[in-house]
Write a protein that binds this ligand. Structure first.
Ligand code: C5P
Length: 221
């Protein structure tokens, strides 16, 4: 029935996961948030007190780590060794360090392998940083979603609870730092694939972005 794979990449806070989830829903596809996998590994390492500098230990510990993504009412639940870590992986502590674990080559190899297996039967919308370039270079549709740093920080800010006590400026700084780490790492850095469609969403709403991507998908099919 001609199912495809859809790769959605871009910097932090561009709205990739919301959009990817909605696109998957419209197409009847499975949504895979690869950032959640890097986050789950990072949470596990934090708990075990293993620093990203301790590459050997990180890799050893990651070997028997089971990260499981399960569709959940249009969203996705994340399990780490059977424990539901869906909300904990969104903490500022994890967000602040995930890009450092994500630089470790052996860890990426392991996660990329799992991600490719999830996409084998097609019908997957996968979001991340290296999906179009590395994980699924043969994806039928590749989108690179961007937005200005200010707009991305503002979107995050609106999602926060006042009790989080974060300012817009802090968010802007956090996002810019994470982008820099993701863009400048040696192993599959955040890059726009040559054959990706670039969508600058600074002035678009979610609905417009989803419509645009779904219509690209319909064209390809
Ligand atoms: O998408 P999200 O912001 O949850 O991703 C968290 C972090 O995980 C990113 O900042 C990046 O360092 C890493 N990541 C990655 N490759 C992916 C997805 C996420 O390196 N495919």
């Amino acid at each position: 029935d001609g199912k495809m794979n859809v790769a959605i990449d871009g910097p932090a806070g561009a709205g990739k996961s919301t959009v990817a989830r909605l696109v998957a829903e419209e197409l009847g596809y499975i949504y895979v948030d690869t950032g959640a996998m890097y986050r789950a590994v990072s949470l596990h390492m934090l708990r075990k007190d293993i620093s990203p500098e301790d590459m050997t230990q990180v890799l050893q510990e990651a070997q028997d780590l089971v990260i499981d993504l399960q569709p959940d009412r249009g969203g996705q639940k994340v399990f780490c060794n059977g424990e539901d870590v869906t909300s904990e992986i969104r903490s500022r502590e994890v967000t602040g360090i995930v890009s450092r674990y994500a630089q470790i080559e052996g860890l990426r190899t392991q996660l990329v392998d799992t991600q490719r297996q999830m996409a084998l039967r097609k019908g997957v919308v996968m979001d991340g940083r290296d999906i179009g370039t590395t994980v699924l270079p043969d994806a039928e549709v590749k989108i690179f979603m961007t937005a200005s740093v200010q707009e991305r920080a503002l979107r995050r800010f609106k999602e926060l609870e006042p009790s989080d006590g974060l300012t817009l400026e802090q968010l802007e700084r956090d996002i810019a730092t994470r982008d820099k780490l993701d863009e400048n790492r040696e192993v599959s850095p955040l890059r726009c694939a040559e054959d990706a469609i670039v969508l600058d969403t600074t002035k678009m709403n979610i609905h417009e972005v989803v419509d645009k991507i779904v219509s690209y998908c319909t064209m390809v099919r």
